[in-house]
Design a protein around this ligand. Structure first.
Ligand code: PLP
Length: 375
């Protein structure tokens, strides 16, 4: 048996998460993997942050932009849209800029609630939008990942034929890190977006060599129901600056922008300036990508050596099965000064391990070896 298959998939069939029709009341707060009491002292490998950012050009732009802090950032907002339009060979009205892609996911969830539409997606995937949308009555119909922790596109496609709502594809997927190339994603997007809204979340796609050229953004002009969201939090190393964007048909952008308070001014002048400078900093992106890949290979080799089952990784994290580890892994990580997020997935203990700097990962491997090899 392939070691990757050791990461079992869940029960087959589709499972509706919630059934209440509308406004279900306040949800239980999700446990926060990043509750940091002493960020400075702990090594953070929990939130898929980029240890190298922000880019040198972004740092410079932040300093320059401070003096613009007395003005509403209307012009900077407009000029980032223009820059993104040029970068992706589209027009500025194809873009919505948000305070992180979290704000974009929130707006889409709100729109789904207003339209009384539901969501179809994989389980396990990035569930912020589904959890938020549940407050407005949107149900999440779940399709299990395949046995290698990839989105199961044929099953999802079949399920979509009986589903009127939005389909969400996270590619590369968080938390499993698996990535599907355009030879499989393009026919999927074309068939789904021909009949219903489809959101492709590409938060990590820039980590792939050639990721930009494999993006679903290429089909935006042809498929009015297709939306793609991106973030400056990951490869650009700007998680704390909060900038993300949506690419979609101009009519859909208008519809979503109308739901936003503040008329497109929820991102600060400083963050807009940093995003704009980062887009020009290809050198930083390249070095960030190369360093992450090289450190990830080091970590994967180490985990292989310890016989830890892993899913294929394509971004700045590795998803591994740690069910064999005896004792309280969470406590062990904390004792060793690492902030991480072990959780249960189909009855197995798993870990999504963010790739930090070389020094951080060397420390991780050195200190955690006894725990990983204690079975
Ligand atoms: N989408 C995915 C797949 C993510 O993993 C994250 C954050 O980890 C987000 C969206 C939200 O990121 P941000 O709000 O920082 O852009």
């Amino acid at each position: 048996m392939n070691r990757r298959q050791l990461l079992k998939t869940g029960p087959s069939g589709l499972v509706g998460l919630l059934s209440a029709p509308y406004l279900l009341g306040a949800p239980k707060p999700a446990p926060d993997p990043c509750t940091c009491t002493s960020i400075e002292e702990m090594i953070r490998l929990c939130c898929n942050e980029n240890p190298y950012g922000p880019s040198p050009l972004a740092r410079e732009a932040i300093q320059q932009s401070i003096r613009k802090g007395n003005r509403y950032p209307r012009r900077l907002h407009r000029s980032l849209k223009e820059q993104l339009a040029e970068y992706h060979s589209l027009s500025p009205d194809h873009f919505l800029i948000g305070s992180g892609s979290a704000q974009i996911l929130q707006l889409i969830a709100l729109w789904l609630g207003m339209e009384q539409k539901h969501i179809l997606s994989a389980d396990n995937t990035f569930a912020w939008m589904m959890k938020y949308a549940a407050q407005f009555g949107s149900q999440w119909t779940k399709v299990p990942l395949d046995e290698n922790q990839y989105f199961d596109l044929p099953t999802l496609r079949q399920a979509a034929s009986n589903h009127e709502g939005l389909v969400y594809l996270c590619n590369p997927n968080n938390p499993t890190g698996t990535y599907l190339g355009p030879e499989r994603v393009e026919p999927f997007c074309r068939s789904i977006a021909a009949r219903q809204p489809l959101l492709v979340d590409e938060a990590y796609i820039e980590y792939l060599e050639g990721g930009e050229s494999e993006s679903a953004i290429a089909w935006i002009k042809e498929l009015p129901q297709l939306m793609v969201c991106r973030t400056f939090s990951k490869l650009y190393g700007m998680a704390g600056l909060r900038v993300g964007y949506l690419v979609a048909h101009p009519e859909r952008i208008k519809e979503l922008e109308a739901l936003e308070a503040g008329f497109g001014m929820n991102v600060s002048a400083t963050s807009l300036a940093a995003a704009s400078a980062s887009l020009k900093d290809e050198e930083f992106r390249q070095s960030s990508r190369i360093q992450t890949q090289s450190v990830r290979q080091f970590v994967q080799a180490q985990l292989e050596e310890w016989n830890v089952p892993m899913a294929d990784a394509s971004a700045n994290f590795v998803f591994c099965n740690v069910d064999h580890i005896k004792g309280d892994l969470k406590a062990a990580l904390k004792d060793e000064n690492f902030q991480l997020w072990p959780f249960e997935h189909n009855g197995q203990k798993v870990l999504r391990l963010t790739i930090g700097s070389k020094e951080e990962m060397e420390q991780f491997c050195q200190k955690m070896q006894p725990h990983f090899t204690n079975s």
